[in-house]
Write a protein that binds this ligand. Sequence first.
Ligand code: NAG
Length: 360
Amino acid sequence: MVKIRRGLLIFLVINIAIIGLLVRSVFTLITLLFEDGARDAILRAEIPAPNSELIVQKPRFIPKIIHQTYVNESIPEVWREAQQSCLKFHEDYEYKLWTDEKSRHFIATEYPWFMDTFDNYPAPIQRADAIRYFVLAYFGGIYIDLDDGCNRRLDPLLSYHAWVRRTVPTGISNDAMGAIKQHPFFVRVIEMLQQYNRNWPLPYVTVMYSTGPLFLSVVWKEYMRSDPTEEGRVRILMPDEYNRHEWSFFTHHRGSSWHGKDAQLIFWVRIAPLPLLLRDESLISIQMGRHWLFLTVLGFATAGLVGLALWWAYSRVFLLGGSVPPKGTLRNSTVRRYPKFWRRLAGKERYDLVENRHEV
Ligand SMILES: *[C@@H]1O[C@H](CO)[C@@H](O)[C@H](O)[C@H]1NC(C)=O
């Protein structure tokens, strides 16, 4: 019969409790890694061709409004083409450009409880993220990032109650989304913003997790657990239908430099103080849904550190009581460097054997 030492037992219990707590707090993040959104995917086969009669026959729920955001009314040259491509296809849609001033006024009048949070976000990109959720919840319609152009009319997308765009490898993005007004998902999203408004050690993580795609993905994943009704469902636009084939809805206007820009952001937040990062308005356009790898690595590194800390604590707290082997024994072995720990691990008998041999 193996007699488990009391110290080891306590160590294991504490360890399991801490790991349990950690897993519980990142549970949604972990399940998100395995969420493909297939259950709610908008199937390619259900999307009518651009001029198909099916489009007008389908019922429409989402109002014909396009929302975009920018600092002010003067859209920079780089995005004008994308903006115009959407305006050109949708002359019968209402167009709302949410400038900084209009956004602030809108929050102050309609959602005054959010004013403090909104004003105190350290990054303009957080306000740009937040305002899109509020206007979708309030007016309904379709939000489109300024650097996404339109490839066809978006009418077929009005036939859902809410939709978002899937990102690879996991999660959803907030760069193009549609919803009826007061859709329960977006109401939930604006409700959760304050709870997620935390500052993390990395500005990058802060932006992602307080208002950005990671925030949206986590709220989405939790929302799905409530098993929404057909009207409450959030349908998922898959990458192919988003911008990868001839009839997809949107076009890339980021060019091949986009990935470079993306990497630049990670670089920037590491080396530059936040205010510098925030001044570069072009970074607003950067969609950060693709940094799961970075976050995953960060997560594993954290888990590893916690594990090491526990290991260290165990060897300090529970093994310090053991007697130190006589000086000179076990000199060139690893055992010497962690005497107490190895002594326990190896078992007293074996250790004694080694000790005796040295004494011979
Ligand atoms: C709009 O904002 C941009 C970027 O901050 C700035 O360069 C430009 O001068 C502003 N235009 C107006 C008319 O205020």
